[in-house]
Design a protein around this ligand. Structure first.
Ligand SMILES: [Cu+2]
Length: 135
């Protein structure tokens, strides 16, 4: 049996539903713009000869998705759980023959969780942090 109250509830639910949708779309749009406005730095880590070393392969693309081949990139390592304990010398990423692809040999000093600060100083400025685990 459909009562006045249940009709009112249905209308209220519909109104809330409609109210949510435009709000959701509106809040998605600026986020999407913010993501595409910045260059992108991605990496993969591979084991190296030394058990504590990691070979990082870094891909850098501009906001249009095109490789950035003349980037100046420095990588610094730190251990969040041991503030001030490690002073790993920063390394420069070396460009490869593939545009936008760089390599850098990382030397974390011990087993555990590390944070890499990857900083591009040219042709654009960008600083990102990536966590990785050494086991
Ligand atoms: Cu440590």
């Amino acid at each position: 049996m459909v009562t006045r109250l249940s009709i009112a509830r249905l209308l209220l639910t519909a109104a809330l539903g409609l109210g949510w949708l435009p709000h959701g779309l509106a809040s998605d749009t600026p986020a999407a713009h913010a993501t595409s406005a910045a260059p992108k730095i991605e990496w993969v880590l591979k084991p190296s000869k030394n058990s504590l070393e990691r070979e990082s392969i870094i891909t850098i693309t501009d906001r249009a998705g095109k490789p950035i081949s003349n980037a100046k990139v420095t990588i610094s390592l730190d251990m969040p759980s041991m503030p001030g304990a490690h002073h790993v010398p920063p390394v420069l990423a070396t460009p490869t023959s593939t545009p936008g692809l760089y390599t850098a040999l990382l030397r974390p000093e011990m087993v555990g969780e590390w944070t890499a600060r990857i900083e591009m100083s040219a042709p654009q400025r960008l600083k990102i942090f990536k966590k990785f685990n050494v086991d």
